[in-house]
Design a protein around this ligand. Structure first.
Ligand code: NAP
Length: 493
């Protein structure tokens, strides 16, 4: 699927609670298409009472539906069916995702939808592999640890990859036997509703997977503070993550997984094999989804001897990108999610030039598109000082800063970030150097001679420092949706 007509897309709106749509609430939020800024629907805002209804529904389903106590292989079968339905629904899901987000429909169709389905499938396979342990106790006792679900998991997700981010939360939570209340971003609320419909069709009991709509300060806050929630899992910005952590502490102490922002370096040494290929990787890592990616490789550190040639290649690759709406065939530079976010990008770039000594090599302007969305040209900023705000702040747009280095030590020093530690890339033919880098850098993920996640769901992802706590993906995410009970039995008589 390469294109679609946005005027033909109909969305169902509301909350999805207890297996049915609930479209109630006095306040509504208009939802606009980032590609042309046209409002195409609205969602109700769940207030504290509606959040309570969703959580209580989920708690009741957890207690009575048999989901946590079901034979684990049966739960796995249902989740595999859910994954199959997602895959076969790609023609509905892809335009639904693309219309309101920044994801070009072709990328959603061939990438995000199959990836979402496979993520659910991956965790389905864990459902019957969990267990506890027999502890090494004195022989007149039997000590057991039993893995159990939390009950209701509250999941809050961002707008940049709505389907994929949702699957990273609901897959492990459901497979571990929990009920879920998911709050997607108010800017991209609809694909999650379709997921909930498909879950019911697959046999997930009503009330086990619920979706509530609303903004963060009303709905999100009420959700994370709800006493019926056993665990919170969040993906979004570092500042919101911090607020959620505080809310969890204030409302009775809940475990929380936080996948947060980043300012990830890509370090290119002169010995990197295939500089053309390395330049392509670096360019893609910051221009994909117009830079609206948590692990965007936004800081290029390049060895001085190759810097000019290398950055020229990136600039050439940037010039080949085609800005356009998510529904148009051939779009490779999608819109920025909102006018507000585009203005934030402009402001950081302007401050970097005015106060941080940054020099614009290309971009730093809106892209010319025949629609009123906010499109921003891929931008390269030559930067001399680490204090420049474009180097320090997460921009969440297609802005690449370039710094040069002369030695391995200098590259290591520049690569670290005082606040973030989400991901890092190193491009070199020297394996020893790559491993030294991987050991020294404070980052949750290090990519060597590549940049970006593979389709191996088993590799966890998560941040160091302000980039997060805990992991999505991998065995870790499944384990994080379970708590462990210790049982000690006297067998002396
Ligand atoms: P955001 O503003 O932090 O919002 C994320 C979600 O949190 C949204 O659903 C938002 O709701 C909700 N929210 C906001 N305030 C809240 C509060 N006080 N309590 C509870 N929920 C609240 O982030 P975003 O702009 O959507 O996404 C971009 C950010 O996500 C970037 O920083 C990016 O790096 C990060 N991200 C990280 C990863 C990762 O794996 N580490 C992956 C993707 C994105 P509303 O928007 O509806 O108000």
């Amino acid at each position: 699927m390469d294109s679609f007509n946005p005027m033909e897309i109909r969305v169902r709106t509301g909350h999805f609670i207890g297996g049915a749509y609930v479209d109630e609430g006095q306040r509504r939020i208009e939802v606009a298409r980032p590609s042309d800024n046209v409002a195409y629907s609205s969602v109700p805002v769940a207030d504290a009472a509606m959040v309570d209804r969703a959580v209580e529904n989920a708690r009741a389903a957890f207690r009575t539906s048999g989901w946590p106590s079901m034979a684990p292989r049966e739960r796995a079968r249902i989740l595999r069916r859910f994954a199959d339905l997602i895959e076969s629904d790609a023609r509905t899901l892809a335009p639904l995702e693309a219309i309101g987000s920044t994801r070009p429909v072709r990328d959603v169709f061939v990438g995000d939808v199959p990836f979402t389905a496979e993520g659910i499938r991956f965790y389905a396979e864990f459902a019957d592999k969990a267990g506890g342990e027999v502890a090494a106790t004195n022989h007149d006792h039997l000590g057991l640890t039993i893995a159990e679900p939390y009950g209701v998991v509250a999941a809050i997700t961002p707008w940049n990859f709505p389907l994929v981010m949702a699957s990273w939360k609901i897959g492990p939570a459901l497979a571990a036997g929990n009920a879920v209340v998911l709050k997607p971003s108010e800017m991209t609320p609809f694909s999650a509703l379709r997921l909930a419909e498909l879950a019911i069709a697959a046999g997930v009991p009503p009330g086990i997977f619920n979706v509530i709509q609303g903004d963060g300060s009303t709905t999100g806050d009420a959700l994370v503070r709800h006493h019926g929630v056993g665990k919170v899992t969040f993906t979004g910005s570092t500042s919101t993550g911090a607020a959620i952590m505080a809310a969890c502490a204030e409302s009775g102490v809940k475990p929380v997984t936080l996948e947060l922002g980043g300012k990830s370096p890509q370090v290119v040494f002169a010995d990197a094999s295939g500089l053309d290929e390395a330049a392509r990787r670096v360019a893609t890592a910051i221009s994909s989804n117009a830079g609206q990616v948590c692990v965007a490789g936004s800081r290029l550190l390049v060895e001085r001897s190759i810097a000019e040639r290398f950055v020229d290649r990136i600039e050439r690759l940037f010039s080949e990108l085609r800005a356009g709406p998510t529904w148009r065939s051939g779009t490779t530079l999608p819109p920025i999610i909102s006018e507000r976010q585009a203005q934030r990008i402009e402001s950081i770039v302007a401050r970097s030039v005015a106060e941080g000594g940054a020099v614009v090599r290309c971009g730093a302007a809106r892209a010319d598109v025949d629609l009123p969305g906010a499109y921003y040209l891929p931008t390269i900023l030559d930067v001399a000082s680490e204090q420049c705000c474009a180097v320090r702040e997460e921009i969440f747009g297609p802005v690449l800063t370039v710094q040069t280095f002369d030695s391995e030590e200098e590259a290591f020093q520049l690569a670290g970030h005082p606040d973030y530690g989400l991901a890092a890339g190193v491009h070199t033919a020297d394996l020893g150097r790559a491993l030294r880098f991987a050991r020294r850098i404070e980052a949750g993920t290090v990519w060597v001679n590549r940049y970006g996640r593979s389709a191996d769901f088993i590799i966890p992802t998560g941040g160091y420092k302000g980039s997060g706590i805990g992991k999505d993906l991998g065995r870790d995410a499944f384990e994080a949706n379970l708590r462990h009970k210790s049982v000690l039995i006297d067998i002396s008589k």
